[in-house]
Design a binder for this molecule. Structure first.
Ligand SMILES: NC(=O)c1ccc[n+]([C@@H]2O[C@H](COP(=O)([O-])OP(=O)(O)OC[C@H]3O[C@@H](n4cnc5c(N)ncnc54)[C@H](O)[C@@H]3O)[C@@H](O)[C@H]2O)c1
Length: 328
């Protein structure tokens, strides 16, 4: 499990060890987004081990992979804004890292699952993308994710490696680093800080509760056909500004906190996934957006131990640089 100390990966590791009794080796570089705290409840658990290392480092990969019968790769640089200001590390992790893992899986003939994103298809005004829609990414983040997907497919075609790609829509839930929309808005609202909304706030996203995505990836790991990609979409679409208004209501604040800021360059207007193919495999999302958002806001309110060190560390400096104002 690569990138298991991050947001989605940590939920997946918990599900696999607790609900499926799997033995899991986590390989993670522990970037700013990867935190051992995300897995603190598993420390010392039988069948769980943690290896600190990068997926682009063949020695670290070899140390983690021996004894495994499948690789699931969540490891990535994941923030679009950071990919615009500094794309290099996105290439290293997404391209060299994925290639290094594919080589290690090929040598050992292991099943390989690549965790990918709806952003590889680009923006769509109406309707939804299927797995055969062309890849048309628009940021260095989504372009490197698309590049990694193509490399994964090439290993299925060329070397008969048993690969499956899972393309998820926008995830939300506990343990998500606060640079992303929902935790950013929840934590700023809880602190009475301004809520910075890009452009007109009418960018539409298809929201998927993190435990649902983790379950969908587990389903594809078990039942996905080799060489195939599966879209894993959420049940509800919502424009960003409506997400912010719901968070204001959940945290008892008012709309005076909203502050419209200059839009992200090349900001995609709408993402939408059709997910008939994974539904036909027997998976469906369980958590509707309203219930998931309420659960998420409550988790951040009740788990200051998790976000306090983040809000006083690297993230604080990042936020000041990016939004030109300090956190309260
Ligand atoms: N968050 C979403 O909405 C979303 C939606 C669909 C798909 N995805 C994909 O799911 C995966 C996980 O996303 P997330 O939101 O949990 O990200 P995250 O940023 O919270 O976690 C990424 C993890 O990868 C680790 N990592 C980064 N570079 C590494 C490297 N070179 N070697 C080893 N570990 C490395 C980090 O330390 C961190 O633990 C990513 O591949 C992302 O593209 C995310």
């Amino acid at each position: 499990m690569c990138g298991g100390a991050g947001f989605i990966g940590s939920h997946f590791v918990r599900q696999r060890t607790r609900e499926h009794g799997d033995e899991v080796a986590v390989l993670d570089k522990l970037t700013y987004a990867g935190r051992e705290e995300n897995l603190r409840d598993l420390a010392g658990a039988p069948g769980y081990r943690f290896i600190h290392g990068a997926i682009e480092d063949p020695d670290a990969v070899a140390a983690a992979i021996d004894g495994c019968d499948a690789v699931v790769n969540f490891a990535a640089e994941t923030h679009v804004d950071r990919s615009i200001s500094g794309p290099e590390v996105f290439l290293t992790t997404q391209m060299n890292g994925t290639w290094t893992l594919l080589e290690a899986a090929r040598e050992r003939e292991l099943r390989y699952v690549q965790v990918s994103t709806d952003e590889v298809y680009g923006s769509i005004e109406e309707g939804s993308f299927t797995e055969s829609s062309p890849l048309d990414p628009s940021s260095p983040y989504s372009a490197t994710k698309a590049g990694a997907d193509l490399l994964v497919s090439s290993y299925a075609h060329t070397y008969d490696l048993e690969t499956v790609i899972c393309r998820g829509s926008n995830n939300y839930g506990p343990f998500q680093y606060p640079e992303k929309l929902i935790p950013l808005m929840v934590l700023n609202a809880l602190h009475g800080d301004a809520l910075p909304v890009y452009g007109d706030g009418m960018q539409v996203r298809n929201w998927l509760y993190v435990e649902d995505f983790a379950g969908g990836i587990g389903h594809a790991l078990a039942y996905g056909a080799p060489g195939e990609a599966y879209n894993v979409g959420g049940p509800d679409e919502c424009p960003n500004i409506d997400v912010v208004r719901r968070i204001i209501a959940l945290t008892g604040r008012d709309e005076s906190l909203i502050e419209y800021v200059t839009d992200r360059p090349g900001h995609d207007r709408r993402y939408s996934l059709g997910w008939e193919k994974i539904r036909a495999l027997g998976w469906t999302a369980q958590v509707r957006f309203e219930a998931g958002l309420e659960r998420t806001a409550a988790w951040y309110r009740d788990n200051a131990w998790w976000w306090e060190p983040i809000r006083s560390g690297e993230y604080r400096a990042y936020y000041e640089r990016h939004y030109g104002r300090a956190l309260g």
